[in-house]
Design a protein around this ligand. Structure first.
Ligand code: AVJ
Length: 318
């Protein structure tokens, strides 16, 4: 299980980027806070719980796909590749890929250091001969890759439809940055969630048990914990809506009454019915998905989907 040590934020050493994003986001019109701040320790635990929900199809669909295409991936990958995983979290899909590819090294990159160290240690145990070089970083702000993997061809692994959190502009910038980062001859295995009926999409982001609601509201609790906030969390309701024009699920926190609070002594007033926009989860059709990858400098060479075409895995070359 997770170590019980306190993370920096809970000691009162808030990330200055978190502070800036919260203070600016709460004052903006419309109010919005970037989704990456969901993942403190509690948020990472709640996200893990989401991936087990009956309504949340992406994780189990992508995991089944990975298991199915593992042998093909093994044949397609360079023999001495280093796998670089972006936003590795608890790395539940990683063992499937490592077994399929048998890489020369594994580099998990994650913003949540505690989660990263925990899962890196577990993987080292499960794959005793595999060099594991964890990098604690926000993959939106590239840091150099460990020198140990400098000469190896890279296979980027970006599962979970994390790319969906970004709009097309930022997604293309990130894909291009990854191409630079991974270098000559790199490949990328990326998971993308498909456009589908809102009857499937909405419950996946507004589950019956309220785990996603707790995940969304934990952002407010995190603000209270780390930024001396006085937000009345119970006054906010979880909302998941399908924005058909933008082909995305949006998560919001909607004030149920007029609320006033402070964050680091800055006053905020939010009227009943107003929302704080906390996440976008973009969905792609086959053409849109391939177009995005090409715009980001990657050529899709193989693509796999489940029988219902709910989720896609694409293997690309630089
Ligand atoms: C981790 C970004 C892929 O968009 O489906 C799950 C996050 N948010 N439930 C997603 C999430 C609400 C998830 N990603």
């Amino acid at each position: 299980m997770l170590k019980q040590e306190m993370v920096d934020g809970e000691r009162g050493l808030a990330d200055p980027n978190f502070r800036a994003d919260v203070l600016n986001g709460l004052a903006a019109t419309p109010r919005a806070i970037p989704a990456r701040w969901f993942y403190d320790r509690r948020g990472s635990e709640l996200f893990e719980a989401i991936t087990d929900l009956p309504e949340y199809y992406p994780t189990r669909t992508e995991t089944a796909l990975l298991m199915q295409v593992g042998p093909q991936l093994g044949a397609l990958a360079a023999p001495n590749a280093a796998i670089v995983e972006f936003g590795s979290g608890s790395s539940t899909k990683t063992p499937i890929l490592l077994r399929a590819i048998d890489p020369a090294a594994y580099v998990p990159i994650d913003i949540s250091g505690e989660f990263l160290r925990h899962s890196a240690a577990a993987l080292s145990q499960a794959f005793p001969g595999l060099p594991v070089h964890p990098v604690e970083a926000d993959f939106l702000r590239p840091v150099p890759l460990p020198t140990q993997v400098a000469g190896l061809p890279k296979l980027g692994f970006f599962p979970g439809s994390t790319i969906g959190n970004m709009n097309a502009f930022h997604a293309v910038n990130l894909l291009r940055a990854m191409r630079e980062w991974l270098g000559e001859g790199a490949r990328l295995l990326i998971g993308m969630d498909r456009v589908k009926s809102p009857d499937i999409l909405i419950p996946a982001y507004d589950d019956a048990q309220g785990v996603t609601a707790a995940f969304n509201r934990n952002l407010l609790e995190r603000i209270n914990r780390e930024l001396a906030g006085t937000i009345p969390v119970d006054a906010f309701r979880h909302r998941a809506i399908w924005n058909a024009g933008a082909a995305r699920i949006e998560m919001h926190l909607e004030a149920q009454r007029d609320v006033a609070f402070t964050v680091e002594d800055r006053p905020f007033a939010i009227a009943a019915g107003e929302t704080i926009h906390t996440e976008n989860s973009h969905k792609y059709g086959p053409n849109g998905g391939r177009m995005l990858l090409r715009a980001g400098g990657w050529t899709p060479i193989r693509e796999w989907t489940d029988p219902q075409d709910w989720f896609a895995l694409a293997l690309c070359e630089a």
